[in-house]
Design a protein around this ligand. Structure first.
Ligand SMILES: Nc1ncnc2c1ncn2[C@@H]1O[C@H](COP(=O)(O)OP(=O)(O)O)[C@@H](O)[C@H]1O
Ligand SMILES: [Mg+2]
Length: 370
């Protein structure tokens, strides 16, 4: 099914209920500006922080931040819609009275969805499940891989089961604390993080056990399940993975390096989004043999979690030359200056071509089991 003048109707879904709402809006601004309007009729769908779905005008200006504020989906800027979990009717159903004049929208059909959401209620299999129920093809990983990659405990379990190296860690469920034996096993420093977080929100580096409880409390503000990880001392390297259009093995980008000089001593929220203290080397200055090992590990991690479409795989490279997997992001930051698009640009695929490839992959895959 294609819409008016043979164009596919592409819904770009962004914002959402997670703490990464604003980052998602910035990613969406980039994609909205890059989509080829001759091929696609774009339907921007913003999810407000309270979870309301709104169809917004196809105009990147609606996502501009106000003054110094981060961008946000504002309920007054669009028209309320819902996506019913029924593949037989219109995809998006208007939930507000629709004036019969221009500017109003009725029910809308959609051919393909780009769920550009980060964090819980987006990158974690929830929206993927809804899109499966609605029979809509979408960009990126399916329900299982999205959920598995979002939960740092299960991600590590699957990666380790596939023979990939992950660092030592402990899992604390609601109410649990770290035992003395676990403290001994992990050693200082440790990183304390929400199991299902992102953008470094809720993460602390702990250099003295006296600070552990505060760090656990901070992580629990985002998630009752918390991971305590032994700190891996090494360089932070990332690698992009993309499915091949011909259905062959996934392709990997040239890796990039994050060099952080932040007060927190790691790649925290500040270092990610607002500081000058972070240097991104794209591509990373690595001996060819090491770059190949990073790429092989990234491709293997993608397959181990059953990812689809795209993923950014983050690793540590120890001084002994060991590649230790940190995490797999199934919907990495996607602004034109984000690492994932930049790594692909350095590898010969520019931002508009990357967006086009992801949409084509989604259309080819269709919906249902794969
Ligand atoms: N085990 C670890 N050893 C060393 N640094 C870590 C460790 N875990 C996290 N970090 C630091 O914290 C940052 C954020 O952690 P990460 O697990 O990637 O969470 P997020 O999903 O929020 O990006 C990493 O980029 C790294 O700088
Ligand atoms: Mg990370």
């Amino acid at each position: 099914m294609a819409g008016f003048a043979g164009r596919h109707r592409l819904a770009i879904v962004f914002g959402g209920r997670s703490t990464e709402h604003a980052i998602s809006c910035v990613s969406a601004r980039g994609v909205l500006a890059a989509v080829d309007r001759e091929k696609y009729e774009v339907i921007p769908v913003g999810i407000a922080p309270d979870g309301r779905w709104l169809v917004l005008p196809d105009d990147p200006a609606v996502l501009a931040g106000v003054g110094q504020e981060l961008p946000q989906v504002r309920p007054e800027s669009g028209r309320g819609v819902v996506l019913p979990p029924d593949p037989n009717g219109a995809s998006l159903v208007a939930v507000e009275a629709v004036p019969a004049v221009a500017g109003g929208i009725g029910d809308l059909d959609v051919d393909v969805v780009f769920p550009l959401l980060h964090g819980p209620y987006g990158e974690d299999g929830t929206i993927q499940g809804l899109l499966e129920m609605a029979g809509l093809p979408y960009v990126g990983s399916g329900v299982f891989a999205s959920a598995a990659a979002m939960d740092k405990q299960h991600m590590k379990t699957l990666l380790a089961a596939a023979g990939l190296p992950v660092g030592p860690y402990a899992v604390l469920r609601a109410g649990e604390t770290l035992s003395e034996a676990e403290k001994k096993r992990l050693g200082l420093p440790v990183f304390v993080k929400p199991a299902r977080g992102g953008s470094s929100i809720g993460i602390s580096r702990v250099d003295a056990w006296a600070d552990l409880d505060t760090a656990i409390k901070t992580a629990r503000e985002s998630d009752p399940k918390v991971l305590v990880e032994a700190a891996i001392i090494g360089r932070e390297i990332e690698c992009g993975v993309l499915d091949a259009l011909d259905g062959g093995a996934p392709e990997t980008s040239l890796p990039a390096e994050i060099v952080v000089d932040s007060a927190a001593g790691f790649y925290d929220f500040e270092a990610k989004y607002s500081s000058d203290a972070t240097r991104l080397d794209v591509p990373a200055d690595l001996p060819a043999g090491i770059a190949d090992r990073v790429r092989a590990a990234a491709g293997a991690a993608f397959l181990a979690l059953d990812c689809a479409g795209l993923a950014r795989v983050d690793v540590f490279l120890t001084s002994a030359g060991e590649v230790v997997l940190n995490e797999v992001n199934t919907m990495p930051g996607f602004t034109p200056s984000s690492l994932f698009p930049r790594m692909w640009a350095a590898s010969g695929l520019d931002y508009p071509a990357l967006v086009e490839r992801l949409i084509q992959l989604a259309l080819r895959r269709g919906s249902g089991l794969r």
